[in-house]
Design a protein around this ligand. Sequence first.
Ligand code: GLV
Ligand code: MN
Ligand code: MN
Length: 410
Amino acid sequence: MSFSALWGSLLPVGLDDGTGGYRRFSWTLADAACRSWFIEEAAVRSLRTYTDRNGNLWGWWESEGTDGAAGARGAIVTGSHLDSVPDGGAYDGPLGIVSAFAAIDMLREQGCRPARPVAVAAFTEEEGARFGVACLGSRLLTGLTDPAKAQALTDRGGKTLAAAMAAAGYDPAGIGPDESLLAGIDAYVELHIEQGRALADLGAAVGLASGIWPHGRWRLTFTGRADHAGTTRLADRHDPMLPAAAVVLAAREAAAEHGGLATVGRLTAEPGGANAICSRVTAWLDARAPDEPRLQAVVDQVLAAAGAAAAAHAVDLDFRQESVTPAVEFDATLRDRLAGALAARGISAPVLATGAGHDAGVLSARVPAAMLFVRNPSGVSHSPAEHAEEADCLAGVAALAAVLEDLACR
Ligand code: GLV
Ligand code: MN
Ligand code: MN
């Protein structure tokens, strides 16, 4: 099947016609449709599918003499994720999975016989859009997130991860680290759309990742007192919206001061009446920086501003870390090997750092990992406007195939 047919077969899944964005949240019907698509495409290619205890999907291209499942040895894994942010773009995640299937098609056409197991993986809840913790599937797999805490995570409607998994027909009791699966992986290579304009500026269709900025999410909950908007004197108010507003501005200021990025992209006001002072406002801070001291400086500065504003408006503040990923420096030996395989085919791939989080970053704590980026002409991502040209996607498939051939074929 051609890349464009394969790409087109996934496009309608989870698309919101009103916004033109994707709503592929884990353990929902859209997620189930994505999973069915993956299993079907794996079956078409005679890849053996396997769902691990954390709900991550694996499609194994078995080499002779292995059983190609958990317990395999020396495997090369490629993949990404199928879930999206609210009203996300089509490429963030799915491009890595579609490219992985397409690269396997290409290698087969070229007569490649794998000397070791190769797998396509789709990690669950990479965006943390439903349960708040980014890269939840890979974090659970590698033991970075406590399974009991994960089971108790709740979505916007108050449903726990455990209940959502059970409702989707999966057993939440088994989530947690999977040492035998990890022990069988020699390398993980994730292809992803670039979420910036570096490749466009450099005139390159594909790139390689050097590392990922440290980043994380923090939840600030301001609790005040609901009251009448038309009668409560300013001096008598305990309005949680005011310190929340201060946090939005403090995030911007702190990021500018320390050379990082900080965003409040999710804010909920309860109960949300237009003619009432809120009782509670929850703000989610996403902060990133080139190094950990600067990230800490951003977060400390925002927290100090939040505390001062909460006190000034007689409002309570609860501050909670949701997930933090330390700085990632990808395995230099693996990256050099990828660069060599690409150079041998005349592909020049600039090396870039990114502020975006990825399962490859989480997995890199346990297995050598690398990333290939595909040019994004506008740099826009986490938006329906996210786009990559088909020619660049095809260049990405060719690059991934070259890398897999070098790592896994005889
Ligand atoms: C994932 O896309 C992230 O960086 O938040
Ligand atoms: Mn994303
Ligand atoms: Mn992604």
